[in-house]
Design a protein around this ligand. Structure first.
Ligand SMILES: C[S@@+](CC[C@H](N)C(=O)[O-])C[C@H]1O[C@@H](n2cnc3c(N)ncnc32)[C@H](O)[C@@H]1O
Length: 244
C-alpha cells in the first residue's frame, strides 16, 4: 500500500499537466494578478525578503513574489508540479530556487516569511507543518491562503451553483478527486472553517493569528465573470491568515 505522501505526490504529478488550465488555480487577468500582488506586498515584509513557498505547485505565489523582487525558494512534494514552475519562471526570466520535499521537513532558511496557498488541506499533520515552518522562519511572518468551508446558507448555495455550472460546461479543476480513503487521513480535507484555521495557528509556535478577507482579490476576480449565471454565483471568498 503506498504511503500518504506517495499517493499525494502521484496525484499532483498527474495533475501538473492540466493544473494551470483552471482559472481558479491560475488567474489570468492582469487585474486579478495585480490585486494578488497588492495583497502579498501588504501582508509580507518588503522585498528583497527571503520567502519560502511551501506546496508551491506550478508557482502561482512564487512567480508573483519573484516578479516583485522577493528571493523565493519553492518547495513541493511533486517534481512534476515544480517542473512546470521552473518552465514558467524560465519563460518569465525569473530566478526561483526549487526543492522537492515534504512540507514537514522545510529547508532551514532562515526565511523572512513562509507562505502557502491551498496546501494545508492536503497535509496529514498540519500542526507539525506549522511547527516546522516556524523553525525555518524563527523571526519571520506566516501567510496562509487556504480555501475555507462555505459559511452561511447564501454562500453554500452560491458554491453549489458554481459547481453545477462547472459540471454543465464539462470543466474540471483536477484530473480526478482524492480517493476517499486518502481524504479520511487528511484532517482539513473536508474544508476548514476560518475559526478552525485561526485556532490552529494560535495553538502553534506562531502564536496569535490575524485574519482578513481579501475583498480586492475577490473584486478583481469577479470582474472577469462574463455570463449572468456566473455573476449571480460570484467568486469564492478568499481569506489571508497571518502570524509572526
Ligand atoms: C492545490 S496545489 C496548490 C499549489 C500552489 N500553492 C497554488 O497556489 O496553486 C497543492 C500542492 O501541494 C503539494 N503538496 C501536497 N502535499 C505536500 C507535502 N506534504 N509537502 C509539500 N508539498 C505538498 C502538491 O504537490 C501540490 O503541488
Amino acid at each position: 500500500m503506498p504511503t500518504i505522501n506517495e499517493q499525494v505526490q502521484s496525484f499532483w504529478d498527474i495533475d501538473a499537466a492540466t493544473y494551470d488550465h483552471s482559472a481558479s488555480h491560475h488567474p489570468r487577468t492582469a487585474l486579478e494578478l495585480a490585486a494578488w500582488g497588492a495583497a502579498l506586498r501588504r501582508l509580507l515584509p518588503s522585498p528583497p525578503a527571503r520567502v519560502l513557498d511551501v506546496g508551491a505547485g506550478t508557482g502561482f505565489l512564487s512567480l508573483l513574489l519573484a516578479r516583485q523582487g522577493y528571493e523565493v525558494e519553492a518547495m513541493d512534494l511533486s517534481p512534476k508540479m515544480l517542473e512546470r514552475l521552473r518552465e514558467k519562471a524560465g519563460d518569465a526570466g525569473l530566478q526561483i530556487r526549487t526543492v522537492v520535499g515534504d512540507a514537514v521537513a522545510a529547508p532551514p532558511g532562515p526565511f523572512d516569511a513562509v507562505v502557502e496557498r491551498h496546501l494545508l488541506w492536503t497535509l496529514p499533520r498540519p500542526e507539525t507543518a506549522l511547527e516546522a515552518w516556524r523553525r525555518s522562519a524563527p523571526e519571520g511572518r506566516l501567510l496562509l491562503l487556504e480555501p475555507v468551508a462555505a459559511g452561511g446558507l447564501a454562500e453554500q448555495l452560491r458554491r453549489a451553483g458554481r459547481d453545477a455550472l462547472q459540471r454543465l460546461r464539462g470543466e474540471h479543476d483536477h484530473h480526478a478527486h482524492y480517493d476517499p480513503s486518502l481524504r479520511d487521513q487528511l484532517p482539513l480535507a473536508t474544508g476548514a472553517t476560518p475559526e478552525a484555521l485561526v485556532a490552529l495557528v494560535a495553538s502553534s509556535p506562531w502564536g496569535a493569528a490575524r485574519i482578513e478577507r481579501l475583498r480586492d482579490v475577490e473584486w478583481a476576480a469577479s470582474r472577469s465573470l462574463r455570463s449572468v449565471a456566473d455573476r449571480m454565483m460570484g467568486v469564492p471568498p478568499r481569506f489571508a491568515i497571518t502570524a509572526g
